[in-house]
Design a protein around this ligand. Structure first.
Ligand code: PLP
Length: 484
């Protein structure tokens, strides 16, 4: 490795021109840098090609610095350290794990639900070996991808049939296209929601090829509004669960059961987009009640759609459950193929749904539920325990104190219901800038720590902190670098 003649870097290194400042001649060559002790690590970890490229890059920077006049000649060791740092930074994935102490449990920007161990194991196994994804082992014939979750979904929701696609936005798009492509879809003006990003109900309907027929007003829609809108062109009546907002005050909406009856009279299906959708009565775990998928099915919706990675606590997925004929039509839609889930996710979905068969142990096994149901007293005790250690890690320029705070569920689920929580509030005598620099330093850790700045303090909501040891070890990365 230290043989200079074997270094491609030496051969391609351009000669330093005599006209350049003489001090440039002091700069090490690529091969000299490759001969340092640190370069052995560099070569071992990243290979000759990447190591040589990185050394050239740091040499170029040193040359530019020299020409700009800022010059203190780096040694070959300095250059090797620089190249190593460069490659390590590049190898550090943006997708590495982080501590979500933002107080939003199902944070869409942070990947929503954290999976159950059973789901992780199933996904890993699915990645490692072939599996009977579309193959029926007993008969030795071709099988159906959906069969791995169909029975589970039917059992848990009471629906006749079920299918699964990439996410709930895909489920809505596919179901609308199947049921109302080239026809009309009736929806209340109070339910023309925007979920965030590009997901706006009117746009999705248009892309699904359905003609939007709005009924009622923003705050009040009545049964007669729906009845009056039905024509021979009607393909579906759509009900959308107001996930991320509430209309309060002088309001009226038609309940799903009554709407199902209206749809029945009109001989069109009712499609109910539940958004988050939960498979269990959350009040059982001390949380606010949300309509369950089971209830939506029982209320007579022909099709119910919901997400896999919101309250359900699984991987990203969109579930479509409902009547046999409707689900069969959805499965025949060529768009289904474009929206299907891969084997890794399917394995994780099946393992997650399996946990719901044992509701008594669900809160223990499903991280989403466990975190949402975590009692405030337990989190407060954790905050008291951690406060002195976090104070040491951030240094004397900051104060760290336990505090009470409120967590959000996130992902638009139960938008008005916050959860009593606890955490640490970090303050600085030097004002907002110092706090922002600390927040940035925490984000820059190997295992980044994300909090939220509120009322002049950096709040770390500890509801989602499960791995205390890793948290403290990551914080030790601040040593000496915590900005005052
Ligand atoms: C979240 C949500 C969606 C989109 O679901 P994704 O799984 O994020 O694609 C659609 N409709 C409603 C009502 C939602 O709350």
């Amino acid at each position: 490795m230290s043989d200079q003649s074997a270094s491609p870097g030496a051969a391609f290194e351009p000669p330093i021109e005599e006209s350049r400042p003489a001090r440039l001649r002091d700069l090490s060559s690529v091969s000299a840098v490759l001969n340092t002790a640190i370069a052995a690590t560099l070569l071992d970890r990243f290979g000759r090609q990447a190591a040589t490229d990185a050394i050239r890059d740091v040499l170029n920077e040193a040359r530019q610095a020299a020409q700009a006049g800022a010059w203190s000649a780096p040694t070959a060791e300095d250059l090797a350290v620089g190249a190593l740092a460069r490659l390590e930074a590049r190898a550090r994935s943006e997708l590495r794990p982080l501590f979500n102490l933002t107080g939003t449990v199902l944070h869409t920007n942070l990947g929503r639900a954290v999976l159950a161990e059973a789901a992780i194991e199933a996904a890993v196994a699915a990645m490692r070996d072939p599996m009977a994804l579309e193959y029926d082992l007993p008969s030795g014939r071709r099988g159906e991808r959906d069969d791995h979750v169909r029975a589970l979904l039917c059992d848990l929701t009471g629906a006749e049939d079920a299918t699964v696609v990439n996410n709930n936005a895909g489920a809505v798009l596919l179901a609308l296209n199947t049921l109302a492509g080239g026809r009309e879809a009736i929806v209340s003006r109070g339910e023309l929601i925007e979920i965030g990003g590009a997901f706006r109900m009117p746009d999705i309907m248009q892309r699904a090829g359905a003609r939007l027929v709005e009924v009622g007003t923003t705050n009040r829609t009545h049964a007669k509004d729906y009845r009056a809108a039905v024509t021979p062109e009607t393909g579906v009546i759509l009900k959308v669960h107001a996930s991320n907002y509430r209309i309060q005050g002088f309001t009226a909406e038609v309940g799903a059961a009554e709407l199902a009856a209206i749809a029945d009279e009109a001989n069109v299906p009712l499609m109910h987009d539940l958004g988050s959708g939960t498979l269990v009565d959350l009040s059982r775990y001390g949380l606010q009640r949300e309509p369950t998928v089971h209830e939506a099915v029982a209320q007579g919706a022909g099709i119910v759609t919901f997400s896999g990675d919101k309250l359900l606590g699984g991987p990203q997925a969109g579930f479509i459950v409902g009547g046999k004929a409707l689900v069969a039509a959805i499965n025949r839609n060529p768009m289904k193929r474009a929206l299907r889930v891969d084997k890794i996710r399917l394995a994780a979905i099946a393992a997650t749904l399996e946990l719901y068969r044992d509701p008594d142990r669900l809160a223990e096994r499903l991280p989403t539920l466990r975190l949402l149901a975590r009692p405030q007293a337990e989190i407060a005790a954790q905050a008291r325990r951690l406060a002195p250690r976090v104070a040491r890690a951030v240094g004397a320029a900051f104060t760290v104190a336990p505090c009470e705070c409120r967590s959000q569920i996130g992902s638009g689920a139960l938008p008005l219901d916050t959860l009593a929580s606890a955490g640490l509030v970090i303050r600085s005598g030097q004002g907002a800038r110092a706090l922002e620099r600390l927040a940035a330093a925490l984000r820059g850790l190997d295992w980044p720590v994300l909090g939220r700045i509120a009322d002049g303090g950096l709040v770390l909501d500890l509801r989602c902190l499960t791995n205390e040891a890793a948290f403290l070890s990551s914080l030790s990365g601040l040593d000496g670098h915590a900005p005052a």
